[in-house]
Design a protein around this ligand. Sequence first.
Ligand code: NAP
Length: 361
Amino acid sequence: MNTQTGRTALITGASSGIGQEIAKLFAQDGYNLVLVGRSDEKLDRLAEVFKNNYGTQQITVIGKDLATEDAAQDVYDQVKAKGITVDALVNDAGVGLYGLFATDTDWEREKAMIHLNVLTLTQMTKLFLYDMLSRNEGKILNLASIVSITPNPMMAVYAGTKAYVYNFTQSLINELKDTNVTVTALLPNATDTDFFHKAGADNTKVTDEVQDPLMVAKAGYDALMAGKHKVIPGGLKNKSYEILAYVAPQETLAAVMRNKMAQKPEPQETEKSSAATWGIGFGIAVLAGIALGVAYANSNAIDRAKYRYKAKSLGDTISDALSSVTDNVVDSLVDAYKSTKSKAEKIVARETELVEDEVGA
Ligand SMILES: NC(=O)c1ccc[n+]([C@@H]2O[C@H](COP(=O)([O-])OP(=O)(O)OC[C@H]3O[C@@H](n4cnc5c(N)ncnc54)[C@H](OP(=O)(O)O)[C@@H]3O)[C@@H](O)[C@H]2O)c1
């Protein structure tokens, strides 16, 4: 439903992830849009989609690298030159970088990150907030993070930038409390966007717990519209992180987060070695089984009893070898094997009785 016709929202980082979902929510509500990011082709395509799907009247695309000197001033100047009044500003554009600060990460990338996540966000806020205050209306949403309130080893500089965003936002809220201008901080936990991939962190444990970007965007959008000070999307689980962040010692929080940022165990390695172990064991079992079968068929009753004993020992050996492999997948194969083995043992037991009858006869 178009409820905000004639109003304009400016969203940085609208070309993907959370920013794109927030832009869509504004479009659905009838806002005109200013979309800012480096990939102006992506933003142009998005603009077409919004016009077609939601009848958005006016969309301005500004292709800009916001990690460059005075990028915010340039965006502001372009908006002013077009005579656009920004009613809602969303400072979403942001990047992370994974690795040990001392030895792994690249300073030039860190510098660009600080520029984008901190300097540009601050200058964008300064420029547009001044105009909002002079009209005594307007809304700003700043993308903070759950790591705004916890340390985040392996993404130390990123966490520092997000701590800045959160603290900066909460300070502004106090300064603006007697006005109609609101500032809101959005603190998502790990979210399913391209963020971790771009940061070089796609294989970390935390990427197994990501939440839906649309859910995150909706929580941020609703909080912005309601003029709330902050929002942590994701229900009780993420709320409990917040409580933990306030009560637990920093060392404990850092250890918890370090564990989440650890690399996942190499699944291929385990699978490969398990598969290899199982494959070799299975191959040997089949060959030994065939050999025993041939010998069994050509033997007398006494030798047959011996071969049955060997078959049982072979089964036990394979069972022991397999049970030492702890991988879950192999565990279930072992279960399947054991159940087959116990059926086979019943057959062998029946056969033994028959042979003993034959020998005794
Ligand atoms: N995903 C998460 O787990 C998570 C959690 C908490 C907070 N956040 C925050 O949420 C925000 C959005 O991230 P996301 O998860 O949606 O990641 P994303 O899909 O990678 O989106 C990042 C956006 O930032 C823009 N951007 C990056 N560098 C830029 C630059 N130099 N100049 C202009 N625009 C730039 C990108 O556009 P172009 O590439 O077109 O420039 C893109 O639109 C970030 O501030 C991030 O810190 C993310």
